[in-house]
Design a protein around this ligand. Structure first.
Ligand SMILES: Cc1ncc(COP(=O)(O)O)c(C=O)c1O
Length: 449
């Protein structure tokens, strides 16, 4: 106790905060990148405890699409907290969650015969969706994809396939989950290109349906419309449409995990809108609560009403304060046309990375993405680690995905000047690397995924 309080009094620099953090927070909560602690933020800028400024290319893992330090959202939260912070909607009713649900339904592709189920995180909402698809179809089997990250609750872990640490020491998962290859065209296992592609990876599912996986027992396919943590992989439109058709053919529900890609990230409100497909259920989280914890499942009313209470409810879910924050955020999204901003700025930023690729083809191998959801593949893991470390030291919050993909997902309010400055910092890091000026220190600090 005494050593902790001594630490508290000393706690004033980023490094000290990070050191204290490792003493008191469980290590499974951390994918270490750089010992920086943030004190405040404004728009796409962040400030650490030394007052150093950073441009944020991570948006708190795509959960701060509206940017940091938004006064209007803060006022809405303050006002709601003073009036009635929350009263559980499990037992009585409040206006704010009803209003938020009504607005979300208007955003859903297709008709308005939809309903909403609130949770507090993306992962919990994935669990909700798993329960709902089983409840509605009476089927037990689930299909998802290699490389998928759907979250950390037991259901979400069961349908994820991205890290052995999400399985080790945990024992049984939920049964009957079947993983298939996501269409990663840049590394097509069939050696096909866009012209020669016959959707061979989709045929893997069809083969399974004819040999060992009875399609009439499959409740749902869970699909990330852009595979986020696998490296911001955008699937071909014809694949997504064919997958959706396959679902319809067999009465399988098509569930999209929009936790990372919704809220304009891809230049459309929902990433699935890029593929002209209407999913049966959409799962959201991250940016959905205007900076407060919020998870959402929404979709066709008959599916949403297929379970009775208390099959999936949480005391604090959809509470008035988080919904007040979310409603204000939605108002700002519409007023500022942030979805369109993401599309236009995304084009600009992607082109800047493509220009950089032309200059450094031996370092930058691929640039891809939609809107402000951009993945930039570098040549190898050590290069990537050194470059992101150097960028962080030079005022750019930038992390990697997989072995060597830069994750470029800034708040949608990032300015053109900030995008230009980010490119300058990345280019300088590349030059420093080529000149042998970056030490190996980064390799021992950053563990990442
Ligand atoms: C695609 C996707 N699904 C699910 C999740 C889990 O969301 P949460 O961390 O809010 O539980 C994440 C989080 O990174 C995600 O990116």
């Amino acid at each position: 106790m005494s050593s902790l309080s001594t630490n508290k009094e000393r706690l004033s620099t980023s490094k000290e905060i990070c050191a204290r953090e490792s003493e008191v927070l469980a290590k499974t909560q951390k994918l270490p990148y750089c010992p920086i602690a943030f004190k405040s933020g404004k728009g796409a800028l962040l400030y650490d405890y030394e007052g150093k400024e950073y441009i944020d290319l991570l948006a708190s893992a795509s959960s701060a699409n509206i940017g940091h330090g938004n006064e209007e959202v803060a006022d809405a939260v303050r006002e709601q907290m003073a009036k009635l912070a929350q009263f559980s909607i499990v037992y009585f009713s409040c206006k704010e969650p009803v209003e938020y649900a009504e607005k979300l339904i208007e955003l859903y592709p297709g008709d308005n015969n939809k309903k909403v189920l609130f949770s507090t995180t993306g992962s919990e909402s994935i669990d909700a969706a798993i329960k709902l698809v089983k409840g509605y179809t009476g089927r037990n089997k689930i299909i998802s994809f290699n490389g998928a990250y759907h979250g950390s609750t037991f259901g979400a872990i069961s349908i994820s396939a991205i890290s052995l640490n999400m399985r080790r020491k945990m024992g049984a998962m939920i049964p009957d989950v079947h993983h298939f290859n996501y269409p990663v065209c840049i590394r097509c296992p069939y050696g096909k290109c866009e012209e020669s592609c016959n959707l061979e990876c989709l045929k893997e599912i069809e083969t399974a349906f004819s040999l060992y996986l009875p399609p009439e027992e499959v409740a749902a396919i869970f699909f990330e419309p852009i595979a986020g943590d696998a490296g911001i992989i955008v699937p071909p439109k014809k694949y997504v449409q064919a997958l959706h058709e396959l679902c319809k053919k067999h009465g399988i529900l098509f569930v999209v995990d929009e936790i990372q890609q919704a809220w304009g990230r891809s230049g459309k409100f929902f990433a699935i809108e890029n593929f002209d497909v209407e999913p049966d259920l959409i799962v959201m989280g991250k940016s959905s609560g205007g900076g407060l914890p919020m998870g959402i499942v929404m979709g066709k009313s008959e599916i949403m009403d297929s379970l009775d209470a208390p099959a999936h409810l949480f005391t604090m879910s959809g509470n008035s304060t988080v919904c007040a924050a979310a409603l204000k955020m939605l108002e700002i999204f519409e007023r500022e046309d942030l979805v369109e901003q993401s599309r236009v700025k995304g084009e600009y930023f992607k082109n800047k990375f493509l220009e950089l690729q032309k200059k450094y083809p031996e370092i930058i191998k691929d640039v891809r993405g939609l809107g402000l959801s951009i993945g930039v593949d570098l040549c190898d893991k050590n290069t990537t680690t050194k470059i992101i470390y150097e960028c962080q030291l030079n005022g750019l919050v930038l992390i990697s995905l997989g072995e060597s993909t830069l994750r470029v997902q800034p708040p949608l309010v990032i300015t053109y000047e900030q995008m230009d400055k980010s490119i300058e910092i990345i280019e300088q890091s590349i030059k420093d690397l080529i000149d042998g000026k970056i030490s190996d220190e980064a390799l021992s600090v950053i563990n990442g995924w």
